[in-house]
Write a protein that binds this ligand. Sequence first.
Ligand SMILES: NC(=O)c1ccc[n+]([C@@H]2O[C@H](COP(=O)([O-])OP(=O)(O)OC[C@H]3O[C@@H](n4cnc5c(N)ncnc54)[C@H](OP(=O)(O)O)[C@@H]3O)[C@@H](O)[C@H]2O)c1
Length: 349
Amino acid sequence: MRNKISVSILGGSGYAGGELLRILLQHPNVEVSQVTSRKFEGQFVTVVHPNLRKRTSLSFIGPEKLERCDLLFVALPNGESMNQVMQLINKAKKIIDLGADFRLHNKSIFEEWYKQQHISPHLLTKFVYGICELHRSEIKKSRFVACAGCEATVSILALYPLIKHNLIESKIIIDAKMSSSQAGVSPTLSSHHPERAGAVRSYMPTGHRHAAEIIQELSINGFIPDIAISATAIDMVRGLLVTCHVSPKRNITEKNIWSSYREVYRNEPFIRIVKEKRGLYRYPEPKILQGTNYCDIGFEMDSRSNRLVIIAAIDNLVKGTAGQAVQAMNVMYGYEEITALEFTGLHPI
Ligand SMILES: NC(=O)c1ccc[n+]([C@@H]2O[C@H](COP(=O)([O-])OP(=O)(O)OC[C@H]3O[C@@H](n4cnc5c(N)ncnc54)[C@H](OP(=O)(O)O)[C@@H]3O)[C@@H](O)[C@H]2O)c1
């Protein structure tokens, strides 16, 4: 039997860190060694993540006590990992970063979108973008992986086959419905219950930073996507739905769309094409994906307005971050890709 790898989590008291723990504690090839939190140092991780009671007796340690491990998951707020990465690379043989600091390969593009200087630009090209469906063979060989943003993950997976098969024009409008857990664990006025409950709030009608990742990943064979994202915060704790509006190229049929998805995703364990004629759940819906690593994708052609509408959903904390990270880990270490990610979701929920 293969020995277990030792894995630690930097930023384990946050929402992404909690999901990492939940998934990794079920993984047969992993020993979770250390989990950090500054605020909860010395306390049991179950104080913060009560769903893990009877699954672990680990306590949080301060980040400065982190010891060497095989693999380090970095689940810090955006802008933190680039400050710490030079120390971290001495602590771990491999690193998977869940934040935004190493997703973009180009320093000036990072600085244009994030409005801050990159502290470790020499490492930008060393990180492989973490979507296994696009970069499996590079992830397998990599030491560093940067997981995609959640809006970027679901949008890229929804659009990639259509662009690969040259079926759509470059203008792409992405309407994203966002949940509150996307904002992380730290409360703000906008997450205060009286302000957030019941909201349908236009959060970012223009200028969403994930557009930069989507352009990077979908610029294939000379195609340059023109991406416009409008994000709306809705009354949902977990989950993310995107509705993408695109113009199909001339003479493209529904059959062409089906074939492109089938050809690209036929053997993908976590991608499901959802386009039913009957029933309640005819298109992707985040509600039934809670806790799962699936990305559901559906579409509808509107020939009257020459529009193709693609609908896709994920759980932002699983396929959108922690599940994606564990999927990448499975690929990096040669484990079966679905290990610890088999949860099918709940219905009704
Ligand atoms: N939430 C999502 O849906 C989602 C989706 C995709 C990607 N992501 C990415 O995942 C990362 C984590 O997101 P999150 O939502 O889990 O954030 P979060 O809930 O705010 O958690 C952040 C964690 O980092 C720790 N931390 C903060 N500053 C630190 C510092 N300077 N040094 C050491 N530890 C520090 C915090 O704990 P202490 O303060 O106790 O140390 C906490 O454990 C982000 O980069 C985010 O972009 C999140």
